[in-house]
Design a protein around this ligand. Structure first.
Ligand code: GLY
Length: 401
């Protein structure tokens, strides 16, 4: 184990040195402040347009030049409110808190959502950040109720939380029984929170059981991830190893790999079980040593996309990785994780990825990918790319303090 880690450290150091030669390892002083200033100005414009409508609208993306606002039930509904909480935290300006409260509380009904797994994202990013910053009892109760709703999707025989129902939509056409996607690792934080709030270890046990079975079934020997594992509800065996948003069943979808790194980092933070730390490190090792991972740190949408370098990049996957690498750098012996995160952030804040003020639908980042196989949200801004970019800025600022 020690040798493996040492080997990884050596490989990572070589790859990092090669890919980062001639590039500063630390971004310049004032980097966070400048990006926060820009983000606040851009989101001021975003909010001004929403206010003109007289409604509390939830922006997700720009599709065919038109703003896409979403319902509270859509999986990304927590990200815009969450970004407002991060702007409050990053600026200290009460106006962002008032906005964050207003947009968060439009998601009140989401706590009862049981028809897909994303309630963790939705409530964690909105009410979860709200509770972290304002500590109010009603938000805590929403988080607990949401964890109860998520727990209804736990399937004890397979030992996982079912991600999607298979009774309708395109998921019904895939022949799956109990699909679990790697993204589901992101919902576990809500369960850990609920155990802390209630003292009821049921939530915690569901989270670690899901994480353990994800280690067992979602990873290939090189620590790349499958997107979808389909379980038998009768005996818990794996029926299919598939993709939905990646290039192929045996390829590695870039955002899925980012969700894996992030999810296992959270599991380590919450349990201090070293197997989760190792899983996060190995999942990032797959990225860091991958010949198809660009030196600027923004991955192509799939590490096995057939026409690299003529493939779309995914800024959302990069922002997720940057954010989690800042956290992971505090847990891991890999001294280069912060530099990797800085590298990604430097690229994302450059002209290629960061919008011009008043353009890009008033979102912060350009060039994300929702789902290429579904021809949906390709090369567009996405609210979750912005959310993890802001989270990364906050984490970078905290580390450097
Ligand atoms: N969780 C869905 C996605 O990452 O696209």
């Amino acid at each position: 184990m020690k040798n493996t880690l040492l080997n990884f450290a050596a490989i990572a150091a070589i790859v990092f040195t090669q890919s980062c030669s001639n590039k500063p390892k630390e971004v310049k002083p004032g980097f966070v402040d400048e990006n926060v200033k820009f983000a606040a100005e851009q989101y001021d414009l975003q909010i001004a347009k929403i206010e003109e409508s007289g409604e509390i609208l939830n922006p997700k993306s720009i599709i065919d030049g038109k703003m896409k606002y979403i319902d509270p039930q859509e999986w990304t509904s927590g990200f815009f409110p969450g970004s407002l909480w991060y702007l409050y935290e990053l600026t200290g300006d009460e106006k962002w808190k008032n906005r964050a409260v207003k947009f968060t509380e439009t998601l009140d009904t989401v706590q009862y959502l049981t028809n897909h797994h994303d309630v963790g994202f939705m409530i964690g990013c909105s009410y979860g950040n709200g509770f972290r910053l304002v500590q109010n009892e009603p938000y805590k109760q929403v988080i607990i109720q949401a964890a109860k709703s998520l727990s209804t999707r736990f399937r004890p025989v397979a030992g996982i939380i079912q991600s999607w129902d298979v009774t309708g939509g395109w998921q019904a056409e895939r022949g799956w029984e109990c699909p679990v996607i790697i993204d589901n690792m992101m919902n576990l934080e809500l369960l850990f929170e609920a155990t802390k709030f209630t003292g009821d270890s049921t939530f915690w046990k569901i989270a670690v059981t899901h994480a353990d079975n994800t280690i067992k079934n979602h990873f290939r020997p090189d620590f790349s991830t499958y997107h979808v594992i389909d379980y038998s509800l009768a005996d818990g065996s794996v029926r299919n190893r598939n993709t939905a948003q990646g290039f192929a069943h045996e390829s590695t979808w870039a955002r899925g790999q980012a969700w894996a790194i992030y999810g296992f980092t959270v599991c380590y933070r919450e349990t201090r079980n070293p197997k989760y730390l190792e899983q996060a490190e190995k999942a990032f090792e797959f990225v860091a040593t991958n010949p198809n991972f660009p030196a600027d740190g923004v991955p192509y949408w799939d590490y096995n996309a057939p026409n690299i370098p003529d493939e779309k990049r995914d800024a959302s996957a990069a922002a997720i990785m940057a954010s989690t690498l800042y956290e992971l750098s505090g847990f891991s012996n890999h001294a280069d994780y912060k530099a990797w995160a800085d590298k990604i952030m430097q690229t994302l804040s450059g002209a290629e990825y960061r919008a011009v003020l008043g353009e890009n639908g008033d979102f912060i980042l350009k060039h994300s990918v929702g789902s290429i196989p579904h021809n949906s949200e390709v090369d567009v801004p996405l609210n979750y790319a912005d959310y993890y970019f802001l989270e990364a800025l906050k984490r970078k600022r905290d580390i450097e303090k």
